[in-house]
Write a protein that binds this ligand. Sequence first.
Ligand code: AMP
Length: 273
Amino acid sequence: MASHRFRYRPPLGKGKFGRVYMVRTKCEPHYILALKCLYKSEIVQSRVEKQIRREIEIQQNLRHPHVLRLYGYFHDEKRIFLMLEFAGKGELYRQLTKYGCFTEKRSSRYIDQMADALSYLHSKHVIHRDIKPENLLLGINGELKIADFGWSVHAPGNRRKTLCGTLDYLPPEMVEGRDHSEKVDHWALGVLTYEFICGSPPFEDLNGHKATYKRIASVDLKIPSKVSAEARDLIVKLLQYDPERRLPLSDVRRHPWIVKYRSKVSSTSGAHA
Ligand code: AMP
């Protein structure tokens, strides 16, 4: 496979190390893909070779309706090309910015799909560690797809104490520099639930990083009154200081707030269904 085998469309977006194009294979059947081009020089300059290699190794072995597929990769002298599943409705983050927040029904359906995907990842001993709206894409039917495995690890990894991810989604054990496990993703799921419904993450503090850290470490959680009792219950059960006390993902999928809104047609259908 090489870059001339594709017919290119205008770029879908620009990432840190290159552009993402929607492409169609020239040969029959004309597959549609998202081709992510990464510049080797920029990867080396930013010292993320290991991170990119791990991202490719991990994502290539994953197959789940709510995990963005990486079909393969190739490279030339200057660039690395990742052949990714095309997410027809683009970034979830853009939707969140457009609407400010989501209805509880839509939020619940996304969280159900997230819990499904995270259970799968954890069963493969993969911890994502960077769950946030910016790393979620939407398929053509509005179904959620976890993308960007740049910070993911095979658990237990030797980088478990490394501080990474976006501040707002970090759990207390990472803020405090302790060992962490797959339970970091459970915490992030709680943060995501809150952000979907309320429009901003729960521990955001405009006074800066230190203030956010403090709020996370003390689980300074204030849930607005507009949030339903069922959603509140799920958020509180996920945002537990003690990782072991966070609600298991199988229980998230059985939670009344999730079951209530689940589409009868299929649990993998889009949030709009
Ligand atoms: P990234 O380099 O992953 O941040 O991607 C840059 C932008 O390209 C994203 O913000 C998306 O808008 C778009 N994009 C990335 N991957 C895909 C994909 N698989 N399908 C559709 N759009 C994508």
